[in-house]
Design a protein. Structure first.
Length: 280
């Protein structure tokens, strides 16, 4: 497998079945490094090939997914892990890997918040992913990931059960810039509205949450959010009812694309006011 990635130099993706002696030497060095990290630290990190198959990992990652030693992880896809939570969302993880591998930025990093039941119980981890680059041959043989725990318990209590990424464990991707919706650029405000609506929030819940998270000169109401939705539909050139609009957002992947301000709130970088008394 080979694919050119735009960057400072022409890089290509290399399947693990095509690894050269040099690739295997580099991988062996990483295995040794993970072994030392496992002995002296509790770091969660590892490496995957371009097919999202784990090549090596630390013991801490192995314990998260229901195994004992990092060496047991090698050769497994996420769907092959004993941990039911990891296996359930394996396809989400694979899509995030592909997004990174087939992007245009050689030095891109992806931050994903995973909240689900691991082998040790329900927990939240932020996984930082980047490309594994072999610069001497201008090749990318896979991806590297590191993870750290995130204490989101103080924030999760503000969310209704309908918020998909936190309630179901679906990975939540940090989106640095507001995305476009079928070619229509969204503002940061519209992005947050669309994210919440895509995850099942009502117009009233969305308005009340935004009044507390991003206070403005005037209070927002359910009608404010409804008008925001209508303006987006006008720019899209379509007339969608609420259900159709939510489906449109979900199909576009906005349910898992968290705006950076919200992602930072989830990680506890600043505190939200009490949102437990939401208008219905």
């Amino acid at each position: 497998m080979s694919r050119r990635i735009q960057g400072l130099m022409p890089f290509v993706l290399v399947s693990s079945t095509d690894f050269s002696c040099e690739h295997r030497r580099v991988l062996l060095g990483m295995v040794r490094s993970f072994g030392k990290l496992s002995t002296h630290t509790g770091m969660v990190c590892g490496v995957k090939d371009v097919e999202s198959r784990h090549l090596a990992a630390t013991d801490a990652f192995a314990r998260l997914v229901g195994l004992t030693r990092g060496g047991e992880v090698a050769g497994r896809l996420d769907g092959d892990m004993p941990c039911a939570g990891t296996a359930e969302f394996a396809e989400h993880y694979r899509r995030e890997d592909l997004r990174l591998l087939h992007g245009s930025d050689l030095d891109a990093r992806v931050s994903v918040l995973n909240v689900h039941r691991y082998a040790s119980g329900t927990a939240a981890f932020v996984f930082e992913k980047s490309l594994l680059k072999h610069r001497p041959t201008c090749e990318v043989p896979g991806t590297v990931y590191c993870a750290y725990p995130a204490d989101v318990s103080h924030f999760l209590r503000f969310f209704p059960a309908s918020l998909g990424p936190c309630a179901t464990g679906c990975p939540m991707r940090c989106t640095p810039a507001a995305p476009s919706l079928h070619g229509v650029a969204l503002s940061e405000y519209e992005h947050l509205v669309c994210f919440l609506l895509a995850n099942g929030w009502s117009f009233a819940e969305t308005a009340e949450f935004m009044n507390r998270a991003q206070p403005g000169r005037t209070r927002r109401s359910a009608d404010t959010i409804h008008k925001c939705k209508n303006r987006i539909c006008e720019r899209l050139g379509r007339n969608s009812d609420s259900r159709g609009f939510r489906r449109l957002l979900a199909d576009a992947g906005l349910a898992g694309a968290a705006p950076r301000p919200l992602f930072e709130l989830l990680l506890g970088s600043r505190t939200l006011p009490d949102c437990t008394k939401r208008q219905r």
